[in-house]
Design a protein around this ligand. Structure first.
Ligand code: ADP
Ligand code: MG
Length: 456
């Protein structure tokens, strides 16, 4: 049934691709998903309300023609917003966000040195303004004299404000200055995993030797250390061993060390003993400079007034600012004209609407299915194995936040459970995501797949 639908839709796409420009085809049709395709009815999933309206307003006659030509059928065509189409589009956008001319991964992954560095995250293309000047100059000091000045350097601030960019920029500058130095950039979770792995394999010495031999240790998102007691102890030893021998440590966190939940006092004291520097959201002028720089890197010609319009409208964080610009670039390429006010507004509107609209329980199920890799029917079953309980709880947690359904309805949909189970599940997930970064990220991905920001 589903196969027949995709076969038929593929044939329609074949015809469509000959009738619209390649860019329009990519933009509007590449992420459309056939949901059902019978003689009477064609239901298509689209990524968001904006795409739905655009297709309805501009392309329906061509689509109907192509259907007739490809299949000889004349079904009623309906468009619905679907999580699957949204994910397809999101993946495409993420590919577009990467600039083609610079390789993303600069060095091959060197496990000993942690994660590979992102090609764009360099200190020389970080835009400096009042919100980040102190942090930036601290980073420069560290690259000039590692181990000598601010040790540790502890950077904190909200999501999308440039923590990872700066940390990787520091690593890159240090490696360029002294290729022989062992400079490791690691996510906090990797440290946790390495430690647990070392512990289980009886290779704790190897783990310790590795970290203690480093010249510079840079750990991103250190707030994940909270609530992991043994790992905190271990990190403390690593930290002391490095710092006592004059090695540089740089840390980033989403909150001040004192505010990281369940972080031991001993660690808090050490984390604040060097320089603690905060990244704030950039002000208008800085947002504008960032946009100028990112537009230039993409080779996007865009009037200053339009950049100002984007800078005025997107205030929260730099990642979203970049997303808005990428959207403008995509629309402009598709339409084959330089960006103008209409196009910028359309892009901003699309970014906004991709986060609105109703979410159905079915879409939540789809999102959970793809993120956790368990089948939707298992999630909806009475099964009680660990593999399905967690995804089911997450589905309940998300449904409580994104739908208007009553707890009883949510419970009934997810395996005939009562409303108390839904309440309990919600609480469990809320607790667990504080302690478990992998789960937190998975839940974030579910929200993302549904086009919604995570509620934290
Ligand atoms: P965080 O780690 O704080 O969540 P990131 O370092 O991942 O944030 O930054 C998000 C995006 O914003 C990245 O693409 C980064 O290059 C960009 N960015 C943030 N601040 C700046 C800045 N001051 N200048 C240039 N790009 C920035
Ligand atoms: Mg980061």
């Amino acid at each position: 049934m589903q196969e027949l639908a995709s076969e038929r839709w593929k044939a329609v796409l074949g015809h469509l691709s000959g009738r619209v420009s390649p860019k329009s085809f990519e933009t509007w049709f590449a992420s459309v998903e056939p949901i059902s395709f019978t003689e009477e009815q064609l239901e298509l999933g689209v990524a968001n309300r904006f795409v739905k309206e655009w297709l309805n307003d501009h392309y329906m006659p061509i689509v109907r023609e192509a259907i007739g030509a490809a299949t000889g059928l004349k079904p009623d065509v309906t468009l619905v917003v679907s999580g699957k189409a949204f994910r397809k589009m999101r993946q495409k956008q993420e590919r577009e966000l990467e600039l083609p001319e610079t390789p993303r991964v600069v060095a091959p992954p060197r496990p000993a040195m942690g994660q590979p560095l992102h090609g764009e995250f360099r200190l020389d293309n970080f835009v400096v303004g009042p919100s980040n000047r102190l942090v930036f100059s601290a980073c420069q000091t560290v690259t000039e004299n590692p181990g000598d000045g601010f040790n540790p350097l502890f950077i904190y601030g909200g999501a999308g404000l440039g923590k990872t960019h700066l940390l990787q920029g520091v690593c890159r500058a240090l490696r360029e200055k002294d290729p022989a130095a062992s400079v490791a950039y690691v996510w906090c979770e990797d440290f946790l995993n390495d430690f647990v792995g070392g512990l289980q394999a009886g290779k704790l010495d190897e783990f310790r030797n590795h970290y203690m031999r480093l010249d510079v240790l840079v750990v991103d998102d250190i707030h994940f250390l909270g609530a992991k007691e043994r790992t905190q102890e271990e990190f403390l030893h690593t930290f002391d061993a490095l710092r006592n021998t004059g090695k540089q440590v740089v840390l980033s966190s989403d909150a001040h060390a004192k505010e990281i939940a369940a972080l031991k006092n001993k660690l808090v004291t050490r984390f604040v003993s060097g320089l603690v520097a905060r990244l704030s959201p950039p002000m208008f002028e800085t947002r504008l400079s960032i946009l100028r720089q990112k537009a230039a890197r993409r080779g996007l010609e865009i009037a200053e007034a339009l950049l100002a319009e984007i800078a005025r409208r997107v205030e929260t964080n730099v990642r979203e600012l970049e997303g808005a610009l990428a959207k403008v670039a995509a629309l402009s390429a598709m339409e084959g004209r330089s960006p103008d006010v209409g196009l910028v507004r359309a892009a901003l509107r699309e970014l906004a609407t991709s986060r609105e609209g109703p979410v159905s329980l079915g879409e939540i199920l789809d999102a959970v299915e793809s993120v956790f890799g368990v089948s939707g029917s298992d999630v909806r079953s009475r099964k009680r194995s660990r593999r399905v309980i967690r995804p089911r709880q997450v589905a309940m947690y998300v449904a409580k936040r994104l739908t208007e359904h009553s707890l009883a309805e949510v419970g009934a949909f997810l395996g005939k459970r009562d409303h108390a189970t839904v309440i309990h599940a919600g609480k469990r997930v809320a607790e667990e995501i504080k302690k478990d970064p992998a789960l937190r990220r998975a839940v974030e991905d579910v929200f993302k797949a549904l086009g919604r920001p995570a509620p934290w």
